[in-house]
Design a protein around this ligand. Structure first.
Ligand SMILES: [Zn+2]
Length: 382
């Protein structure tokens, strides 16, 4: 481990201790993957017992930025059009420190494909996402996760919609079981009832662990009235192995809820914020307005000025891990640099850390003796 990363991890521990003693020790280099995976690696729960599990999410936003996916519907048709781009993105996130390769089946469900007129592609698109992720997971020794998400049709008072949501979960779970996922992610739910349906579908078909996460809009409660802590407790009782929050909220407005959840449940807790500077007045990324653009909503393609820095994500990871929140990630808006910062915040040194910032040799701000004074003396004017 490089001296710099070591001292970073050390200072992270020191600062965590001041806040509250961390109940877990930092597992340095725990994410190193020297040998290719064969699917027989330690599972999710064993890894969580030892320390943090880093899970990169937010694929659709990153693929949109790269020019391979349309904002709006946010359906990853790229799975058919450019599977090599999806594979490379998985590899980029693993290189940056993700312990998980999550199949890009987010929004590859029946309702979404119906909206874009591609319902007939439902099964092949799910299978394509699962097979790309599995290939990367087995090659890199990362965990292979299946993914279920918000259906956008869930309505507790509409029995037909409930049936349809159930069908959506059952069929996506089926393809994931067929592909042999190591565990399931069920994410971005604003309704407890919808998350329960997803969890039931998983438990009906598989013994693999389930990570269930809610996405909080502006209100401090879910759409069926429960606080996130109450909702997570209910999901824990229903058999979820990991519960928590993902998406919608940035680190600043997610963290208070994560504290409540940590206090409310006994199981492992997940926290995967979006990397945006949300505020108490505008606590979700959909609610952020940009004063530079007539105070219009910045979501989804005008969010750049609100993007969190690596340091902010590092601080978030350090704080969450000190609370014993071990399943950590970054959602929509995350780039590999955010994942690397998160991995380093829990003491990891992923391959991408070889290129983590080192300003000692910078032309103006460097301290190396090779740096000419004609530049360093000018640094205040640079
Ligand atoms: Zn997200």
């Amino acid at each position: 481990m490089a001296a710099r990363a070591k001292s970073k991890a050390k200072s992270a521990r020191a600062k965590s201790t001041r806040r509250k003693p961390a109940r877990v020790k930092v597992v340095a280099g725990g994410a190193q993957r020297a040998s290719p995976g064969n699917g027989k690696e330690r599972g999710l729960l064993a890894r969580l017992e030892e320390g943090a599990v880093i899970c990169a999410e937010g694929y659709v936003f990153e693929l949109e930025r790269r020019g391979y996916l349309q904002a709006g519907a946010f359906v990853p048709e790229v799975l058919f059009e450019h599977p090599e781009v999806v594979e490379q993105l998985h590899l980029d996130f693993v290189h940056a420190g993700s312990d998980v390769t999550e199949a890009l089946t987010y929004y590859v469900h029946r309702e979404k494909l119906r909206v874009i007129g591609r319902e007939k592609d439902l099964a092949p698109m799910n299978r394509a996402a699962l097979s790309i992720a599995k290939r990367v997971a087995r090659r890199t020794g990362t965990l292979f996760a299946g993914d279920l998400c918000n259906t956008n049709i869930y309505d507790p008072h509409d029995p037909k919609a409930l049936k349809e949501a159930e069908r959506i979960f059952d069929e996506q779970v089926g393809w994931a079981v067929e592909a042999g996922v190591d565990y399931f992610v069920a994410e971005t739910f604003a309704w407890v009832g919808e998350a329960e349906l997803a969890l039931k579908a998983i438990k009906r078909a598989s013994k693999a662990p389930a990570v269930v996460t809610f996405a909080m809009h502006q209100e401090p409660i879910l759409r069926d009235g429960l606080t996130p802590a109450e909702a997570c407790r209910r999901l824990e009782q229903a058999g979820a192995e990991v519960v928590g929050l993902n998406c919608h909220r940035g680190p600043a407005t997610m963290m208070p809820m994560i504290r409540d959840i940590r206090a409310a449940v006994k199981c492992h807790v997940a926290a995967l914020p979006v990397p945006y500077r949300t505020t108490p007045q505008q606590p979700s990324f959909m609610s952020l307005t940009d004063p530079c653009c007539n105070n219009q909503r910045a979501f989804p393609v005008g969010l750049d000025p609100f993007l969190a820095t690596r340091a902010e994500i590092f601080d978030f990871g350090r704080e969450a891990f000190a609370l014993d929140v071990r399943y950590l990630g970054v959602c929509c808006g995350a780039g590999p640099h955010h994942i690397r910062a998160l991995a380093e915040s829990v003491g990891r040194h992923p391959p991408a850390s070889r290129y983590s910032v080192d300003m000692s040799r910078h032309a103006f701000f460097g301290t190396d003796r090779m740096i000419r004074r004609i530049q360093t003396e000018y640094r205040d004017k640079a």
